[in-house]
Design a protein around this ligand. Structure first.
Ligand SMILES: [Zn+2]
Length: 311
């Protein structure tokens, strides 16, 4: 048996699952709030951005401008430009001199891509489109003044109930004290992440990919055909699944990346079943179980309260 570094594999696994959740709901990787119509920012070093050419693909999920600038201040490369890389591991590595934050209007697509580090494994890539603005930061002062300027103009992001529920779940550990990424990723598969290109090859998705009877694909395909079916799952015992269903059913339009995955999925399901699935709209109105809704509201309120207490 080959011994493995403690938790190393888990760490990577969690982060891919979390990335998938962020992509599905179109949330910022730092604060977990939606982007709305704000630019989506990626962090690059030195001339990395120029070297990318026409296609801007990143292995990290994008963040808000204010979140990128906040992160830049605590990033060791930028916050201590004259500090020495003293530790043994980093000795000999060239230090990046400029941190370039790049703001794009939207995420073009998210897909699994073969990892350069682990053969046979894929990681999620975020392809960004329409580069609009850039911050070049060479030191902590740059980062701080840009951050303060953006903070002054920052608009508050208001969430509706279904969004709040998703964000609360993502920010809090599960009742067992575990990271919520893995359970939320399963729910994301149900509402369309199963159709993300190459998702089955991505680390830590095996559990969903190898589920008995291809449960995740089958269920997602059924939801594509019959969005009304999602109503029954809104009262699922699994909080992530219930939240995913409510969120999906109350969107006027779903985020572009998820929309794309589902359009892809509709084609695939049609190929498998030899017929055209019905067009999928976001919000479908069906009769609701009032008692279940009350129970859910209570659970949400308790969750919010628990979160406030933690702060
Ligand atoms: Zn953010």
């Amino acid at each position: 048996m080959i011994p493995q570094g403690p938790g190393e594999e888990d760490y990577g696994a969690l982060s891919e699952q979390r990335k998938l959740v962020l992509a599905t709901y179109d949330l910022c990787a730092v604060c977990a709030l939606p982007f709305r119509d704000e630019l989506r920012w990626q962090v690059t070093f030195d001339d990395q951005l120029q070297q990318m050419g026409e296609t801007f693909a990143f292995n990290e999920a994008p963040v808000h401008e204010v979140c990128a600038l906040y992160a830049a201040q605590v990033c060791p490369f930028v916050s201590s430009p004259h500090a020495r890389l003293g530790d043994a591991q980093r000795k000999g590595q060239r230090r990046a001199e400029t941190l370039t934050l790049a703001g794009f209007t939207h995420t073009a697509t998210v897909f699994g891509h073969d990892s350069e580090l682990q053969v046979g494994e894929s990681i999620l890539m975020f392809e960004m489109a329409d580069l609009r603005r850039i911050h070049r930061l060479t030191g902590a002062d740059d980062a701080r003044s840009a951050y303060e300027a953006v903070l002054r103009d920052e608009a508050r992001i208001e969430l509706d109930d279904a969004e709040r529920r998703v964000v609360d779940l993502l920010c809090a550990p599960t009742p067992k004290g575990e990271d919520s990424g893995p359970v939320m990723a399963g729910a994301a598969w149900f509402i369309g992440a199963v159709f993300c290109p190459q998702i089955r090859r991505v680390q830590a998705m095996k559990k969903f990919a190898d589920a008995e009877g291809d449960l995740y694909f089958q269920l997602a395909a059924n939801f594509l055909d019959n969005p009304e079916m999602m109503a029954e799952w809104e009262d699922s015992n699994d909080a992530s699944t219930a939240a995913a269903m409510s969120w999906f059913r109350t969107r006027q339009s779903v985020p572009a990346v998820l929309q794309q995955w589902r359009a892809d999925g509709a084609r695939r399901v049609r190929d498998v079943r030899g017929r055209r699935p019905r067009a999928v709209g976001a919000a479908v109105v069906v009769p609701r179980d009032e008692a279940a809704i009350r129970r859910r509201r209570d659970a949400e309120a308790a969750l919010r309260k628990a979160r406030r207490r933690k702060r």
